[in-house]
Design a protein around this ligand. Structure first.
Ligand SMILES: [Zn+2]
Length: 437
């Protein structure tokens, strides 16, 4: 029996099927490390979780936009991640995510990433070619009518017109995802990777019935999807808490989990397919509902943060006092002098009230404790200023331009920064999401 199984696995392997699959664990946590200096202190958060008996594997994510802004190469993310893993003796998996890639920029990531976030938001709303929509409808009569899904109280009621409309809106994006996926598959030439499809960077959220239709289409496209990042209801502003109806979010999140479990069985998608929440960092008020849903259903989760670590670098610099504090104030002064330019690319995901931004001169006079309290994300702290925090979140270009001065102080203040990075990821993110305390 055993030898038969071994033979079967060997045959599959020969066919290249095992090689192209890499199965991501149930809980994974995306971390951004813009200046490639915090991988070790980020990983320390996962080490602490493991000590509590909860395995949360790290995924280092960095987008083409971040690389372009900073002037870094995808290889640097892989190097920093592997070095951190070796240094802390981490024996669980770790991944490097080519975040929000498309056909135009995936090339530089191929050699270094084993997780690809295929961003097809641009294809949403584009007209699919030829008879794609009617072909999809003929193939999926089950999507029209009364769809009862275990875990969802009220069955979805859909009409042919509705499914046609949704298919017309998303099919081109799905076809794009297939094209990019097959391109990566070919270029990776047997080296395994995790495919994610993201649709979060668009105007309107995808509802649970839309998600079901999208998953059916992605399955038709032959993508062995392991994580899917829809756009959720509410605002996901950069670096600050969720803005929206938390109860509505919780309902949709639970319905999404039920839709995914249903689609896995119905359309043969990978059994470990899970939601990926592109958080824009720090969506604390939805963490408890997410945790409850994961506990109740046993579902997995991938949650991405990116800029939260860069903000901890500023907090750590400010907390170090001396040259670190001066540098943090210089970064703020530059940021407030360039609000328009810094905010323009992020207009859809920030809400900054200019009137609530203190002047550079005011901030010059602040103590280390004052600046730290204004930026550190403790929403009920009276000194916390979400406007300053959002502005600094999008201001990492300033630090990139400072070059050696910034990197030198990152290294000089390493101990204080590392402490903040680990505490932030573990206490404010990993614990409420995956451990639940
Ligand atoms: Zn995203």
């Amino acid at each position: 029996m055993t030898s038969l199984l071994v033979f079967f696995i060997w045959r599959l392997d020969c066919l290249g099927q095992l090689n192209s699959m890499l199965t991501i664990e149930k809980y994974s946590f995306g971390v951004g490390d813009r200046f490639a200096h915090q991988a070790k202190s980020q990983l320390a958060g996962c080490v602490q979780a493991l000590e509590k008996g909860v395995e949360v594997v790290p995924v280092w994510n960095k987008s083409h936009r971040e690389h372009t802004t900073i002037g870094s190469e995808p290889s640097s993310v892989r190097q920093a991640a592997d070095a951190a893993v070796a240094s802390l003796g981490w024996t669980k998996s770790h991944y490097v995510d080519a975040d929000h890639i498309n056909m135009g920029n995936v090339e530089g990531f191929l050699a270094h990433s084993d997780f690809f976030t295929i961003d097809v938001a641009d294809g949403i709303g584009a007209s699919p070619e030829g008879s794609a929509v009617s072909d999809f409808l003929s193939k999926h009569p089950e999507l029209v009518g009364n769809i009862a899904i275990p875990g969802i109280a009220e069955p979805f009621e859909t009409t042919e017109a509705y499914v046609t409309e949704v298919a017309a809106k998303y099919l081109q994006a799905v076809k794009d995802a297939g094209q990019i996926y097959r391109h990566i598959l070919e270029k990776k030439n047997g080296t395994p990777f995790v495919p994610e499809v993201s649709m979060d960077e668009t105007d309107l959220p995808q509802t649970p019935p839309e998600l079901l239709i999208i998953l059916a289409a992605l399955a038709d496209e032959g993508i062995p999807l392991q994580t899917i990042a829809p756009k959720f209801t509410g605002r996901f502003n950069k670096g600050v808490d969720y803005v929206g109806d938390v109860a509505q979010f919780e309902k949709e999140f639970n319905d999404d989990l039920a839709v995914i479990a249903f689609a896995i069985g119905k359309y043969g998608l990978p059994a470990n397919l899970k939601l990926s929440v592109h958080s824009g960092s720090d969506k604390f008020s939805i963490y408890a509902p997410i945790h409850r849903a994961l506990k109740r259903t046993g579902a997995g989760l991938h949650l991405k943060t990116a800029g939260t670590t860069w903000l901890e670098e500023i907090i750590g610099l400010a907390e170090s006092d001396g040259d670190g504090l001066v540098l943090a104030k210089d970064i703020y002064a530059e940021a407030i002098g360039n609000v328009e330019a810094l905010c323009a690319p992020y207009a859809a995901v920030i809400d900054i009230d200019r009137g609530r931004l203190p002047s550079a001169d005011d901030v010059r006079g602040w103590s280390s404790a004052q600046l730290v309290a204004a930026i550190r994300h403790v929403p009920d702290c009276p000194e916390f200023n979400q406007h300053m925090r959002q502005l600094l979140h999008v201001g990492y270009k300033i630090a990139a331009k400072m070059g050696d001065r910034y990197i030198g102080l990152l290294e000089g203040c390493e101990e204080t920064i590392a402490k903040n990075v680990t505490l932030n990821l573990y206490d404010r993110h990993i614990v409420p999401l995956f451990i639940g305390e």
